[in-house]
Design a binder for this molecule. Structure first.
Ligand code: NDP
Length: 255
């Protein structure tokens, strides 16, 4: 554990945010920390985690971990639960992108995206839900992508992984409702982060099309996704489960 604060109370609600050290995940961690939750940030890069915890302020802790190491995840969840006493919120945000023509994607590349974006989400959620169920409830947010709603070329593995995340959201929402665990999904449109910059800056005509069909005519801000997470995990959303909420400036309904 990367220890960033001595203010370990065990009383406050605790949120685990995967990929919390950059982009959307960092904005989510900042927002949930501002909402008063203790935030546990997971990512592979220890230095990035330390930096993110410093910026998020009191009550943020980094756990360096590679989510593709599936067999390590049960122990990771147990360690977090025993250190903090509870896990109220899980935000499955970590993900990788692969932009490549489908006919050139290798088996290894395909599997790497599925393992990171889909299988690890299931394993981490399964383990965390056991803790939440024993404690009387919780809230899970999955981050999918508008890429799974469109026929977008060049993102076959990514689109497949994110479509699965949306299916898992509905399935788990039904199975976990009896344990008072809500499971929802946010499908961001095009949000300005390192990931989208590398996909769009190398392809100016795609960027132009994205902006042209987004009624709000701009990329989204990570904080705008974080605001939606904050709402969905709050009591204000206590009767909402199993939904996929677009946060996309109208991109999905733009003509
Ligand atoms: P970033 O590339 O900025 O952040 C991805 C995060 O995931 C990093 O913190 C990275 O940390 C972490 N991560 C990646 N692989 C692993 C792994 N194996 N184990 C642990 N952590 C990992 O991406 P964004 O903020 O743009 O995207 C966040 C999520 O939002 C993703 O799921 C993405 O698919 C989704 N999304 C993004 C959109 C956008 O326009 N930006 C649009 C739609 C969806 P580290 O490298 O240290 O491991």
């Amino acid at each position: 554990m990367v220890k960033m604060s001595d203010n370990l109370t065990g009383q406050k609600k605790t949120a685990v945010i995967t990929g919390g050290s950059s982009g959307i995940g960092f904005a989510v961690a900042s927002r949930l920390a501002a909402d008063g939750l203790t935030c546990i940030l997971i990512g592979r890069n220890r230095q990035k985690l330390e930096e993110a915890c410093r910026k998020t302020g009191n009550n943020s802790y980094g756990f360096p971990a590679d989510l593709t190491d599936l067999s390590s995840l049960p122990a990771l969840v147990r360690e977090i639960a025993s250190k903090f006493g509870r896990i109220d919120v899980l935000v499955n945000n970590a993900g990788i992108h692969l932009k490549k023509p489908a006919l050139e994607v290798t088996d290894e590349e395909y599997q790497r995206v599925i393992l990171t974006n889909q299988t690890s989400v299931f394993v981490l959620t399964r383990e965390t839900a056991k803790i939440m169920a024993a404690a009387g409830g919780g809230s899970v947010i999955n981050i999918s992508s508008m890429a799974s709603h469109y026929g977008l070329p060049g993102v076959i593995a990514y689109a497949a992984s994110k479509s699965a995340v949306e299916g898992m959201t509905r399935s788990l929402a039904v199975e976990l409702a009896p344990y008072n665990i809500r499971v929802n999904c946010i499908a961001p449109g095009f949000i300005k982060t390192d990931m989208s910059s590398s996909a769009l800056d190398s392809d100016p005509s795609r960027k132009e099309r994205v902006l042209a069909r987004t009624p709000m005519a701009r990329l989204g801000k990570p904080s705008e996704v974080a605001d939606a997470v904050s709402f969905l995990v709050s009591e204000a959303a206590s009767f909402i489960t199993g939904i996929v909420m677009p946060v996309d400036g109208g991109n999905s309904i733009g003509f």
